[in-house]
Design a protein around this ligand. Structure first.
Ligand SMILES: Cc1ncc(COP(=O)(O)O)c(C=O)c1O
Length: 398
């Protein structure tokens, strides 16, 4: 492992310098590896276990870790405000895989209700995978405009819905867009959707990990303050981003009720005889090791660490923004909302972008199109690293 890391140039030091992508490079605690070893001692990861099937269903064969998977979905479901009696989900392969399930479920339910395939509404700030998934699902994309904070413009959504009166609406709202860290305004989107056949899926790949521990918990909560559950239909969160789970995985959570209605349709196209039930997941075989390992991240001790990390990253993002605005106004640094751990600014030069693995993109801001870079303040990004980055930035723009 050390050899591979050195050969690829991502030894501890290099890993610790990643500032431009949503990966948490903080070392995992010894307790996680002890948990891994315990699972291994029990045979998990030593034999070809397989989580094929519905973790909440009764699977006739049992060489899986559905018990861990069910429990972690219930625990995270509670964190996102789902009623324990009305929670369904599973641990998917990634955030993209969870988005695929949300969009497939939305398409299936809307088609069942109306007889017509929905159109899919999202903004240009959404992750590029949403376009791929639209293509895969044969959905027509409808681009919705954005507000100055880069979140979805509900008025424009209203206009676009009015232009497509004959089709139900599958809306993908992003809570933490990939480059700018924008939050689509779910409650206003819901108001605009009133009276329209719709399904609202939340892509909270990165922010979904930390927002529950902040004043922005409501952004990913399934219930509005003092309101009933049902603020959205399903949510996707990546496990390898904020949580720092060491391989790609995703949470997919929806209601039991949505799942039941979805599965009635799904059963018609899925011959359930071979595995004894209709699983409701697109892929058949699923990893059994990851749910058992990710269960570790749902324990009270792990949640306390996540809460601390959540506060720390927002505090450090605010500090960094302050320094960038003070010392580098010419780079036009911007954080689009106070819940974001992302700051973007004008491209500061190739070597510093490479040194800190900053993601870059061309953006149309103001009059012209320019290249920008962004910083994502993840839990491994400490004050020392930011101070070093700022010193390098002085050299880069001198
Ligand atoms: C908003 C958003 N959605 C989805 C994804 C894709 O997630 P994953 O890499 O877990 O497939 C990303 C990745 O950066 C993202 O930022």
């Amino acid at each position: 492992m050390t050899l591979v890391a050195e050969a690829k140039g991502w030894s501890g030091e290099r890993g610790g310098r990643i500032l431009g992508y949503p990966v948490n490079m903080k070392a995992l605690p010894a307790a996680f590896f002890a948990w891994r070893e315990r699972l291994f001692a029990e045979g998990i990861g030593r034999f070809a276990h397989n989580n094929v099937g519905d973790p909440f269903g009764s699977v006739p064969v049992s060489f899986n870790t559905h018990d861990f998977e069910r429990e972690l979905i219930l625990r995270f479901g509670r964190i996102y405000g789902f009623l324990p009696s009305d929670t369904w989900g599973f641990l998917s392969h990634s955030g993209t895989d969870s988005n695929l399930h949300g969009m497939y479920m939305g398409r299936t339910l809307l088609k069942a209700r109306t007889g017509r395939a929905p159109k899919c509404y999202f903004t240009r700030e959404a992750h590029y995978s949403i376009q791929i998934l639209c293509d895969l699902l044969g959905l027509e994309a409808v681009w919705v405009g954005t507000l100055p904070d880069a979140g979805m413009d509900p008025q424009d959504l209203g206009r676009k819905l009015a232009q497509n009166p004959a089709h139900p609406a599958l809306v993908v709202a992003t809570i933490g867009t990939t480059f700018k860290g924008a939050i689509d305004p779910v409650d206003r989107i819901r108001q605009v959707l009133q009276g329209k056949e719709s399904y609202l899926h939340l892509d909270a790949a990165l922010f979904g990990g930390y927002l529950p521990h902040t004043s922005g918990a409501g952004e990913v909560c399934h219930r509005a303050p003092n309101g009933p559950p049902g603020r959205y239909d399903s949510i996707a969160v990546s496990c390898h981003k904020f949580f720092g789970f060491p391989s790609p995985a995703g949470l997919f959570i929806t209601t039991r009720n949505n799942f039941k209605r979805f599965n009635e349709r799904y059963r018609q196209i899925h011959n359930a005889e071979y595995i004894g039930h209709a699983p409701g997941t697109i892929t058949c075989s699923r990893d059994a090791v990851k749910p058992a390992e990710f269960y570790f991240f749902s324990t009270p001790e792990a949640l306390a660490v996540q809460a601390e990390d959540a506060r720390t990253i927002l505090r450090r993002t605010a500090w960094l923004l302050d320094r960038l605005e003070r010392d580098f106004p010419m780079l036009r640094p911007r954080r689009v909302n106070d819940l974001s751990n992302i700051i973007f600014f004008r491209h500061p030069g190739r070597w510093i972008v490479e040194k800190y693995a900053l993601a870059t993109m061309h953006l149309e801001i103001g009059a012209g199109r320019r290249e920008y870079a962004h910083v994502v303040v993840m839990p491994h990004v400490d004050r020392e690293m930011l101070t070093g980055f700022l010193a390098d930035l002085h050299r880069a723009v001198a």
